[in-house]
Every structure is written in C-alpha cells, then in structure tokens.
Design a protein around this ligand. Sequence first.
Ligand SMILES: [Zn+2]
Length: 495
Amino acid sequence: MAATAIVLPPTTPPDYHRIVSPTLAVPSDPNVSIPVGLLACQRDPLLKETTTTVVSARLVQAAPQPKRAKKNKAAASTEPLVEVVLHDTVIFPEGGGQPSDIGVLTSSDGQLWDVREAKRTGGHAVHYVKVGERGADAALSAFAVGSTVGVALGEAGYYRRLDHMCMHTSQHLLSAVLENTHKLDTLSWSLTEYPTPSYVEIPRALSPEEIAAVQAECNRYVFEGRKVHIEVEELDTEFHQGYKPASVGIPLDYAGGVKRVVIIDGLDRNPCCGTHAPTLHNLQLFLLPTTENLARANSSSARLYFLSGPRLITHLTSTHSYLAQTAKTLNAGAPQVPERVQQVIDERKRMTGRAEDVEKELACLLARELVKEKTDESDAIVAYKHRIDDTPNALGFLTAIATAFVNELATMPSPPKSYLVVFSSSPSSQTTSSQTVVMLFGSDEKKVKEVGDGLRSKLSVKGGGKGQKWSGKFTGVWLDGREGVHVRELLEFSA
Ligand SMILES: [Zn+2]
C-alpha cells in the first residue's frame, strides 16, 4: 500500500487564547474597533486573513516615524496614506518590542491595497494604507465607514510575521531561563531587522560555558515542545501603575483596558502584547557563543545575541556558504579554514614587510643612480625619469626616491648647487582612464612652481604643491614620445 500523508496547514489550538475574566468579551459589534490585546492576530497568531468592517478612515501624509527606523524611512515619509481603523485585524500593530506587520486590504470592489505598517494609537490598531496612483478620493471611497474589507498578511507579510513570532517567543524563553536558572534579569531586548541576530541585554557578560548551558536548557524545553498560551483580563489600574516601564511592561499610553499575559507552560508568565507561537516546538534556539560588553557611564551590561526559526535557517545557510566558498578558495577542508587563513595573513604580513624593505633599498639605488648620472657634466641636476609600476601607491614610492635623493646629496662632500627633478609613474597597461602619477621636486621653489604650472597647462596634470614639492595626476595614456617630450621641454626651459 502506498504511503499517504495529509499535510494540514498549522492552526492555532482553540485553548491558546483564554479570557480569564467573566466580564471581558471580544466586542462583536462590527462598528466597534476591537482593542489591542484582543485582536485576531493576538487571539490566533497563525491566522493569515479575515473579513472585517471599516470603523474609520482618513487621509494623512505619512505614518508617524518609529524612532528606530528614522533613517530608512526618510524617503517614504511624504507619500499619501490613508489611516484605516478596522473592527478586527490579522495585521499586528508594533508593540512589546515586536515591529509592525505588513499586509494587504481588499476593498469590497476587489481592489488590493498595501498596508505599509500598523500602529497602536491609544488602545486601537491603525493601518497605514498606501494610496498609490489611484489617489486619495478612490482610497477614501474604498474604505467608506461600515464597508466590508478583507485583511490579509499576504505571502511576504506572513513570512515576516513568522520570523518576528519565532524570535519574540524565543526571547521570552531565553529571558525566562536566564532569570530562573541564572538570576539574570532582561534589561531590554531588540528584535533587530531580519536576518541579523536579535539580542537581550543582561546585567553581566556570560562565559562561553554559561552560554552553552543556557542554550542547552532552552532547547530542552524546545524538544519537549512546551505549549504557549495567552491569558487576558481587564487591566486593573493598580497593576498598570505598579509595573516597571521596561520593554516587557505595558506601555504607559496604552488605553485598551486589557491585561494580556503570555505563558510558557510551567516556565514563564510575562505581560506582553506580541504575537506568540502556540508552542516552543520547532523554535530551536541558537545563542552566539560570546556576549558583547556594553560600558555605560554608571553601569555595565552585556548583550546576548540569539537566533531561531526562519532566521536561524537563513543564518546557517549563509554562514555555511561563506565557509564553503572560503574553504574552496583555500583548497582546504572547512575545519582547516581558520588555521589556513591565519597562515595566509601571517605570510602576507611577512611579504609586505619584505616588499617595503626591498622598495626602500631600490629607492636608494635609483636615487644614487640619478645623482651619479648627472654630476659629471654640470653643477646642477636636471632630470626626468619615467617608471612603469602597478603599485596602488605610486606617489609613495616616488616620494621615497625623492627623500633618498636628498639624503644622498647630503652625504656628498661637494653636492651640486641646484637640482630639479620630475618623476612620472604609469601602470603597465594603459587605457584612456589610466592614471599616471607625476611628481616634481627641486632646490628652487620658484622653478618648482614654474614647471608645476607648465605641467598643469600643457599636459592637464591635475595637482599642486608647496615649496620644493609638487605632485599631480594625469588621466589617459602617458607616452614617453609625447608627454615625456613636453616634460623635458619644460625642464629645459626652466633650467
Ligand atoms: Zn514579549
């Protein structure tokens, strides 16, 4: 008999969302907006879409900018948006450290409208809908109060949510283990942008052994597949005021009237408005093996980075691919990569040191040659030398020769009275965009300036100088029979 398998879409268990107060109910009047804390995305985090009613809609220029994403959203800040409040929604408005979902609304005429983000205003979720080319009037008539609309996460929105949900529930697990077993409070946490690791901030750094122990304990609960559920009741003011305003607390401007607690069976109870996976099953947690120390004025704390769910898979895939590529380049097995890279770095340091020594020696020899070549006939050295050199720092080498040249003159019992020297250095293969470095130095500042001016006007060398030195760059093909001739003429004229 052939094996058969029915793969059902994952659904949230019916006992996930528990209203533990006899007087609290999810508002059923379609003209009323369900408060944040009781939204469909919070009652049923695996629900991808639903049908609901428009409670209000108005045109705005742009959604208020979240503090953490100011830079990225600067460009989008002027697009017209419609603020839509719905009776219910599967689109989570940011909160509890969890960023907003994105999604799609379907108006009753079948048109699709992108939701850029949702935000909690007081106790209600406001959807920021992109107006686009259809214009504000079309958007406002599509979202007339009382009309029926579809609200969905869409494919991109669902994957974004899944990632946020896995990271957020893993953070609750991690914070619970840190607190219960290691007596370390979570001072803050950040659900960073996908796919970078998120972190919890704790009062002190952890050793790699401690981190491994925390990870092992967390993953024991993951393998057990501990259940997660939500308990909701009316917010009593005493609780609200007494709770410390940390990232896990209830925001001070929250007016939804609902106290919501996320429970990991037998492990943790944490007030939070986020969307949480109904079980730890499959939320394997990976902790980066070193904490990052944070030194602040009055305290020190550390960040512990973590990954789970889709983000962990992405991380494994990309790090594996980096490692495999590097191993292939080094022609080594992955375990040998760190050692081989160290060898390559050490070797390169040695080679760089050797090249520097050789360059210095060569600069002295070239300078000496220049001095010898010219002192036979006259009391002045006037010279032009062209070099072919593929170094990225041609000017550095020319400067080294110039320095050696001046040092060489200083050692002579009767040095020449004056000197005026031009060096040029081109790459071995030249094109119209190649750059030739030109350097000029001499004993007479006036002559240096004169030849420099000539290089600029006759050869379009871009550069300048001060005192006895001048340097610049020439773009194009430098030929000895063309540019070189001009340089010699300039020197003859000035000498
Ligand atoms: Zn939370």
